[in-house]
Design a protein around this ligand. Sequence first.
Ligand code: GDP
Ligand code: MG
Length: 437
Amino acid sequence: SLSDRLAGVFDKLRGRGALSEDDVRSAMREVRVALLEADVALPVARDFVDQVTERAVGAEVIRSVTPGQMVVKIVNDALVEMLGSDTAELHIDVNPPAVIMMVGLQGSGKTTTTAKLAKRLAERERKRVLMASLDVARPAAQEQLAVLGRQASVDTLPIVAGQTPVQIAQRALQSAKLQGYDVLLLDTAGRLHVDDTLMAEMKAVAAASNPVETLLVVDSLTGQDAVNVAKGFAGEVDLSGVILTRMDGDARGGAALSMRAVTGKPIKFAGVGEAIDALEAFHPSRVAGRILGMGDVVSLVERAAETVKIEDAEKLARKMEKGKFDLDDLRLQISQMQRMGGLGALANMLPGMKGLKGANVDDKALVRLEAMMSSMTAKERARPEIINAKRKIRVAKGSGTTVQEVNKLLKMHQEMSNAMKRLKKLGGFGKLASMFS
Ligand code: GDP
Ligand code: MG
């Protein structure tokens, strides 16, 4: 497994502070293999690895985890981020009927997924849904949708022989309007490969029905081929999202990353079986876990990171107990504040800081504060009182800020330091530490 391979790579590296470029590169070779084994398309795997390498080099290894575990966590987070958010919803709150066009290759699961989605919208969102099959290429295709419609208790457009896909789409739209349906789902014909005839038909149907959602249905077992399918469709029709089918099978989910990378569109649902209700919202973190096969490592590192945060906060509290609070501490605190939702949030939580003049800062200001502190020497951060006029000018120049801003930072530090002392008198450190964790 990836875990064993990474353990091998990092055996020698235990205990180092930050990940070096060499460390990361050797780990990434293993990650790349894992991605390919999960059927991520080669060019996508390559791009992804390059991106993550950049992010991982120099990353601090959290105490009590190995560098290999750290890399897995970084890779996992990047995967989740790329796979998208958990809330990729359909945008069907338009003037009805909202038209949803389903496209994809033959056998990808379009017809089944059309019925599943119709049922979901009818049941969960209480929409009045109409389905129509535009598949005149396969003899029983329209009848298949009618059967599924009866199973799902969703209406289907009556079948009229001899019509073209565009004519059926127009008739469906007309019926949906006249009969007051909220949503119209159009199940289009597929082919075995992306070709010109298929695309021409798709465009003509889109022009006739003006869909608000055009969903590409892809078999997650397609693996390496997924990229070509995605490119073929994305280049021709204006996709709004992707549905991956057969996620119940042994696919490791690599197609998800490929689809997302190539189309740039969110994956909205996952098909997880043949049954009419086997359709789920797409969960990026679950799929990332499947791709890497390393869910345990990820939660292990998350727990370790939590512990470290608490330890850091306790260390800071102890330092402040002794009446020491230098700019390094402020810097540490600012990064903790950023994690907690900004300085404003903190200032409101701490009674001693409410009146702070300098506390009126937004997230952009936090970035500027960080820049100023990075431009100081370690000595200056440890003993802010040595920062004279000349040093202030240097810091301002180095951080792209002004001397006034440097003054403001120093004043803020001074006031916070005073506030800490006030808090100490009130015996509030335990409380403070728990807020930082
Ligand atoms: P179409 O040609 O794209 O319309 O594909 P169909 O909807 O006819 O589906 C082809 C086959 O795939 C059918 O036997 C479906 O039951 C099956 N299928 C579709 N989605 C899923 C899924 O999520 N999981 C599984 N196991 N089978 C699926
Ligand atoms: Mg079909």
